[in-house]
Design a protein around this ligand. Structure first.
Ligand code: ZN
Length: 200
């Protein structure tokens, strides 16, 4: 049913969000129009700004407004320890746990040949280049404990075979099949402290 092309377009646009189907999109649209106009205007402005200006940090691949993100720009985070995560929400979860003070590399995904995601798509060459250039002493492979996350960790470890780098993986506490972004800070801190070499 079409009673307003503008409302239809708004509903259709909202459906690009994950987990939002037709009914939810309609509810969101009607809410914004009925009771949330100022929020809607703010949302539109924020979306415009973010879509135009947010890019990927040239060092860690995380989202950033600038060429180098705020975290990579801090010299005190260059500790010789580099932590590889799958997504920005994983990085945030580790940062919020507060125990880790090194730097990051965000893959923005994991290896998934079925979906056409290979080493190039997740920036493996850039990661290896960074490890060489920065003289990384420890690489923490904090990919998710899923089949794809494990495969990605092992692929990276294989590419570094024979190099003098301690390669570690997060230990106990992270539920198998789970995602780091949903793990509480205490569990994550515990897992971080208990990390061990990948080969064990
Ligand atoms: Zn960065």
């Amino acid at each position: 049913m079409a009673f307003s092309p503008l409302v239809d377009e708004l509903v259709d646009s909202l459906r690009c969000l994950p987990g939002v189907g037709q009914k939810t999109a309609q509810r969101m649209a009607f809410h914004l129009l009925e009771r949330g106009r100022s929020g809607g205007v703010r949302l539109a402005g924020a979306l415009n700004q973010a879509m135009d200006n947010v890019r990927r940090c040239s060092s860690c691949q995380n989202f950033s407004d600038t060429e180098i993100c705020q975290l990579c720009a801090k010299p005190e985070r260059r500790t010789g320890t580099l932590c590889v995560v799958e997504s920005p929400s994983d990085l945030l979860a580790i940062e919020q746990a507060g125990d880790y003070r090194g730097s990051y590399f965000v893959l923005m995904g994991h290896l998934s040949p079925i979906d056409g995601v290979g080493p190039e798509e997740i920036g493996i060459e850039r990661l290896l280049q960074r490890i060489r250039e920065e003289g990384v002493a420890e690489l923490i492979l904090a990919t998710n404990p899923t089949v794809e996350g494990e495969a990605t960790a092992h692929y990276i470890a294989d590419r570094l075979d024979g190099q003098n780098i301690l390669i570690t993986r997060l230990a106990h506490g992270i539920p198998v099949g789970g995602e780091l972004g949903y793990v509480d800070g205490f569990t994550l801190t515990h897992a971080f402290r208990g990390r061990k070499p990948l080969s064990e």
